[in-house]
Design a protein around this ligand. Structure first.
Ligand SMILES: Nc1ncnc2c1ncn2[C@@H]1O[C@H](COP(=O)(O)OP(=O)(O)OP(=O)(O)O)[C@@H](O)[C@H]1O
Length: 855
């Protein structure tokens, strides 16, 4: 890494730092959402990523050149140029205090454009989409950035060749680490010169080549073909030696296999077609003509004589054969339409095939085609059409009727077509654009399609959302997502996102169907308000809206806690908003990926395995009296260390019948939640337990189980019938959702199990951030951030100022909004307010404002 940094100019490094630290907000309806790129940093927060890079940068600072050539260690402020520039850029940003926070493992795992998974479950091993597994070598962000570095253009290569060997620090210093094996500069120069000579002679041979193809076009074509070719520079030069195909009126023909008129084809390929046909040129130019193979001709003749031609997509139709040959000679200049036509003739799972098979398929259908240059263009066309709005309809036509897709969406598919792609149908819903990314998956909007629907039967009312988590045989991730499903399916509350239906697909992914919430997230709202110092909305209104929204989160959490479930990842980004009217929203809490159970008594542990916990156990909190917003000692959670206390686990019992059914379905599992009412029976831990066989309890990776001691997190989900043989080393399960929202006790060397008090702390941070427009604790350097949280010390005066800025607040009464935030942010868990106490305080605040306003 040090070497690489030495070779990377600081300007470039600075860009990389900016790139990796970029803040990305949810784009909601307008476009697809994406998050910052992945990084090896354990903490996973964007800030952590930056700090890690900066740390690396620091170590190498002495050898990094400043933009003006000065050495970094000469800088008076002790900062490297890259770090200084980075902090300048950070300071110049308007929203420098509020950052979007990513959960522990939330590093975007997906290409923001295609939605394709980029890294494996450990987040640092690139996933090769040709089916091969990722490299076990860690890729640092700088690795990743340098991989995407621009290659030399042909002209640059020549320039390098002309100016001679590279002198460090001069014009091409950013390319000094690029070594081109077997590249002979002088040879390239002489070939280039002979190309120029050839070019001149081409232009002078007007009888062979029409005048329209002048030198300018030739150059354009040369650069086009050289940019498309994946072959070496020498090959590009060779390509340039082949004289360009002359075209009528100097225009490139736009001809797709389906659009070549029959009268242009002729029944005999030796026939001389008319000069007006674009086919003329390739046929009269032996150097370029690649004749279709005899088999193709025979088939073509059979087709022509016996019957009407098939669809243009058939590789054996006359149109296709003629176009095939045409394409084979024209591959360097195929239009997008031509490429689309080729795509239509390829199998739908073409891009899921390994390269060698793709090559074979392409050459079978288009013998002689320059697959090297066509393949990347085909892929590009495929991806862009995949992302276009019309693609879903095109996919429908390629994959059969909506009705048949609807039916097949409930059963496993044998196709290698990626089921999480746009246009795929899952649980009777067609997947649309991406509306959110998380640590483990993506969220796509989707439309319900009905059995008897035709293509136009998609209505906006039937729009829902599907959270897709692909675990790719990683048992840890699978266990985690199934635990999420299990807990989520139990939760039914108007302030919680409902799980309508779910499906486990082929041990590869889990799909969770839910409502689509269109008003963005609390993060978006607070970002629009800005910092309290410079608030975009009146501070009194800010306090009022915050108290109202906070109260709704309290309701959601109170319900969850009553179900013995801790959310574990309360933060702005996980609070979706459904707008009712101006400044009035319904908060919908989502993301139960970090949720866990707490403090169930033995009677309630029906059908669940029990393990003894060596850790602190939180007992149920009593309901506080409604009148007092301030917690008494009684209201606070009582924590006791008890060797005999027990902790509920996700151990699940086997059920042979269910397992058989599961296996009969080819490992595809469809679960149905009972919310809303017509979605079938609810999914409980009891009936989920029937899904999985118990071949023995497994301890979650990363948590060591000492002798005579049960693991605090145990699950037998790993022992599903599916093969988990591909499972690699798995990361330890962290109980921290998002570091800036993590309660201090969770940062202890041996943290207690997640308890409601952790949710209260996270709620306190959330409300604080809404009021102040900045996080409670923020630092680029993760260990420092951890230390700040652990100490739990902060200046509460600005918070008090904001809370008391409300002119409607009774002057002599307690500022219960301020008290609620302060009470949530107490380090000592036994002193920290209960959720009910916080709720009561917020309620009192809202009521007092309402009373004042109405009087
Ligand atoms: N039903 C929905 N409607 C609209 N947007 C949604 C919906 N569900 C999720 N989102 C958006 O997608 C983002 C990611 O979803 P979610 O948090 O469930 O994924 P995740 O992988 O569990 O994320 P995390 O890394 O926070 O655990 C959310 O922050 C939210 O902005």
């Amino acid at each position: 890494m040090a070497n690489r940094l030495e070779k990377t100019p600081s300007s470039q490094l600075s860009k990389q730092l900016q790139k990796f630290g970029s803040k990305v907000s949810s784009l909601n309806d307008s476009s697809e959402t994406f998050k910052a790129p992945p990084h090896e940093n354990k903490g996973g927060e964007v800030e952590g990523v930056n700090s890690s890079i900066l740390e690396a940068n620091k170590g190498c600072a002495r050898s990094i050149r400043a933009p003006d050539g000065a050495k970094a260690d000469e800088c008076k402020d002790g900062l490297s140029p890259a770090k200084r520039r980075y902090s300048q850029e950070q300071h110049s940003r308007s929203r420098n205090t509020l950052i979007r926070v990513y959960s522990e493992n939330e590093r975007s795992n997906f290409n923001d454009f295609t939605g394709a998974r980029l890294y494996d479950d450990l987040k640092y091993r690139p996933v090769h989409h040709d089916g091969s597994s990722g490299s076990p070598v860690r890729s640092s962000p700088i690795d990743i950035a340098s991989k995407s570095k621009r290659r030399h253009s042909f002209e640059e290569d020549l320039k390098i060749a002309r100016v001679g060997p590279h002198i460090p620090g001069e014009t091409y210093n950013d390319m000094q680490d690029e070594y081109v094996p077997d590249f002979d500069f002088s040879n390239v120069v002489s070939q280039w010169q002979s190309d120029e000579h050839l070019n001149a002679s081409v232009n002078s041979t007007e009888t062979e080549y029409p005048r329209a193809y002048n030198g300018t076009d030739y150059d354009a074509d040369l650069s086009r073909s050289s940019s498309m070719s994946s072959s070496s520079i020498i090959l590009r030069t060779s390509h340039a030696k082949v004289a360009p195909i002359p075209l009528p009126e100097g225009k490139l023909p736009i001809v797709s296999p389906s659009r070549i008129p029959h009268h242009d084809l002729g029944t005999n390929f030796n026939d001389k077609p008319s000069r007006a046909s674009p086919l003329t040129y390739y046929r009269t130019r032996p150097a370029l003509s690649i004749q279709p193979n005899n088999e193709h001709i025979r088939n073509f003749k059979r087709q022509r004589s016996g019957q009407e031609l098939d669809s243009p997509c058939s590789p054996w139709t006359g149109t296709s054969v003629a176009a095939t040959s045409y394409i084979s000679s024209q591959d360097g200049r195929l239009s997008t339409e031509d490429l689309k036509s080729i795509l239509d003739c390829l199998p739908t799972d073409f891009f899921g095939l390994p390269y060698s098979r793709r090559k074979r398929v392409l050459l079978d259908k288009y013998p002689g085609i320059d697959y090297k240059s066509v393949m990347p263009r085909l892929k590009k066309t495929h991806l862009s059409s995949e992302n276009s709005n019309t693609q879903s309809q095109a996919n429908v036509s390629r994959r059969g009727s909506l009705a048949s897709q609807y039916l097949s969406s409930f059963t496993p598919s044998s196709s290698s077509y990626k089921p999480n792609d746009k246009g795929a149908v899952v649980m009777g819903h067609m997947l649309g654009k991406i509306i959110g990314f998380g640590a483990w998956g993506m969220v796509r909007e989707c439309y319900q399609i009905k059995e008897d629907m035709n293509k136009s039967g998609i209505s906006s009312e039937s729009m829902k959302a599907v959270k897709i988590v692909r675990f790719r045989n990683n048992a840890t991730v699978k266990a985690r997502v199934l635990k999420e499903v299990e807990l989520w399916s139990r939760l039914k509350h108007s302030n919680l996102l409902p799980l309508l239906q779910w499906k486990l697909d082929d041990d590869n992914a889990v799909y969770c169907l839910t409502d689509k919430v269109s008003g963005g997230t609390l993060y978006d709202l607070v970002a629009s308000w800005g910092n309290a110092k410079d608030s975009a909305i009146d501070l009194s209104l800010r306090c009022q809206v915050t108290a109202n929204l906070g109260l709704q989160i309290v309701r959601a959490l109170r319900y969850m806690h009553s179900q013995h479930v801790v959310h574990g990842d309360v933060k702005l980004e996980n609070c979706l908003l459904a707008e009712r009217c101006e400044n009035q929203w319904t908060v919908i809490l989502c993301d139960f990926g970090m949720s866990s159970e707490f403090g169930k008594n033995e009677d309630e542990r029906d059908n669940q395995e029990i393990s003894r916990s060596p850790f602190l156990t939180l007992r149920r909190v009593e309901e506080p009296p409604k009148s007092s917003p301030l917690p008494s000692a009684k209201e606070r959670p009582t924590i006791s260390r008890s060797e005999s206390s027990t902790e509920t686990t996700l151990g699940l019992k086997p059920n042979k019948q269910f397992r058989n059914k599961h296996l009969n379905l080819g490992n595809s599992l469809v679960g149905v939640s009972s919310f809303p009412k017509n979605y079938g029976p609810g999914l409980t831990s009891t009936n989920l337990s029937r899904i999985f066989p118990s071949k023995g309890e497994l301890t979650a990776p990363g948590i060591k189980k000492s002798e005579g001691e049960a693991s605090p997190v145990t699950t037998n989900l790993e022992s599903t019938p599916s093969s988990c043989s591909e499972e690699k080393e798995s990361p330890s399960l962290s109980i921290i959702g998002s570091l800036p929202y993590a309660a201090p006790e969770l940062l202890e060397p041996v943290p207690p199990p997640l308890a409601p008090s952790a949710d209260v702390w996270a709620l306190g941070v959330t409300i604080y951030t809404m009021l102040m427009g900045k996080l409670l604790f923020k630092h680029d350097y993760e260990p420092r951030l951890r230390a700040m949280i652990a100490a739990a010390k902060y200046d509460s005066r600005p918070l008090e100022d904001v809370c008391s800025s409300n002119s409607n607040q009774p002057p002599d009464g307690p500022n219960t909004l301020y008290q609620a935030v302060k009470g949530s942010l107490l380090k000592d868990t036994s002193a920290r307010w209960t959720l009910d106490a916080v709720g009561n305080a917020l309620h009192e605040y809202v009521n007092s404002l309402d009373a004042l306003q109405s009087s």
